[in-house]
Design a protein. Structure first.
Length: 399
């Protein structure tokens, strides 16, 4: 009998999401009765605002929502997204320049599919969200990491990008606020990078999913607001998941010039068709309704951020740049490596994370998931009491 044909080589080379893997392991331990505190998931612990849930319930009474709708999204939602983009990103777009997607992750995937050709190099500032390099490879591109450490507040410079640029460079990934670091580029830094990309004709894929979660008076200036001329070669990715505690609703979107949106829309018409109509109606309510609860969540995140930074800084050997956005802290833990803790001597942040889970029953994501070793990502999108207890366990372990 002839041997079965092989699986897809492309998909077989793709790694599982490291953040979801750690979170799943933590939840399994919790289900088994272990008192694990998890900083792994980038997911708000708040409930979705009730008026959003009510809008979804009302949508269930309209049979029109049980039918196919335009693959690119409900027209009324695309209009609301256009208004939000004008307000928060300083960019005037038409609804026809918007595609509603199954979460921001699908928007990221389609953005790379739309502008990356086989052999293209994509400049990827590191630390980066774990999905970006895999999505680039799925588009037959080559991710080129450009690393900025804690001494730079995890923000790359134009000089670093220029040093990494080759004739094959066609795309830059720009994320502010950042997952995993919480770093927010200043308006001047954003403008300089945007002008550099414009000068060299490089596409920019900018992930703005955390743009409304900023602190200490910071503002995440969109790269297309800083350099308006860049709009013709920029794809914006966003969604309702983080700002409105709607991760499970799976509504995101991508925005860009009409020719890029056209090819992405063609892909989506075959890939998934329209996003769930009930979820789209909920997202519409979130964007157009009162923003009071979203602001209350942001204030709570800010309180947790300050607590997390101050408590982690008490651990000798840990350096903690001050994150001004998102809901992550990304400490440099190289000072803990190569030393004995609870009978073990970790030499990488992967080994350190395993030690922390085993000895302190605290789940963190190692830096290897986001770039070089020597760092940990901790999400402070969890309850205040658990947050403090988890850090205190770390203080005890590394005392």
């Amino acid at each position: 009998m002839t041997e079965r044909a092989p699986l897809s080589r492309k998909l077989s080379a793709i790694a599982e999401s490291a953040t979801l893997k750690v979170d799943a392991k933590a939840k399994a331990l919790q289900a088994a009765g272990r008192p694990v505190i998890s900083y792994a998931a980038g997911e708000p612990d708040f409930a979705t605002p009730q008026f959003v849930v009510d809008a979804a319930a009302e949508a269930l009474t309209n049979p029109a929502n049980f039918r196919y709708t335009p693959a690119a999204g409900l027209p009324v939602l695309r209009e609301a997204i256009a208004a939000k983009t004008h307000r928060d990103s300083g960019l005037d777009v038409e609804p026809s320049q918007i595609i509603v997607t199954n979460g921001g992750k699908q928007a990221v995937y389609q953005a790379f599919q739309a502008v990356v050709n086989p052999g293209d190099e994509v400049l990827l500032p590191a630390p980066y969200w774990t999905t970006y390099p895999e999505a680039i490879r799925l588009a037959d591109g080559t991710p080129v990491e450009v690393f900025a450490g804690a001494d730079q507040d995890y923000k790359v410079t134009v000089d670093q990008l220029e040093a990494a640029r080759t004739p094959r460079t066609t795309v830059l990934v720009f994320v502010s606020p950042s997952n995993p670091t919480g770093a927010v580029y200043t308006p001047e830094e954003t403008r300089a990078i945007g002008e550099w990309a414009l000068q060299h004709g490089i596409w920019v894929i900018t992930d703005e999913i955390y743009q409304n979660l900023v602190y200490e008076g910071a503002r995440a200036v969109s790269i297309v607001e800083a350099v308006p001329e860049l709009a013709g070669q920029t794809l914006l990715v966003n969604g309702v998941a983080k700002t409105y505690a709607m991760t499970g609703w799976r509504v995101g979107w991508m925005i860009g010039p009409k020719d890029a949106i056209k090819v992405a829309a063609n892909l989506q018409s075959h890939l998934s068709s329209n996003v769930n109509n009930i979820a789209q109606r909920a997202a519409l309510a979130a964007l157009t309704g009162p923003q009071t609860e979203a602001e209350e969540m942001r204030v709570a995140f800010d309180r947790r951020r300050r607590l997390m930074v101050s408590e982690l800084a008490k651990i000798e050997g840990v350096a903690v740049p001050n994150p001004l956005g998102a809901f992550y802290v990304y400490p440099d833990v190289r000072g803990l490596l190569g030393r004995e803790w609870a009978g073990s001597t970790p030499t990488t942040s992967l080994e350190l994370a395993d030690l922390i889970l085993e000895k302190a029953e605290v789940a963190v994501v190692p830096g290897e998931a986001f770039g070089p070793s020597g760092y940990l990502r901790l999400s402070y999108a969890l309850g205040d009491d658990a947050l403090l207890e988890g850090v205190q366990r770390l203080q005890t372990l590394f005392a």
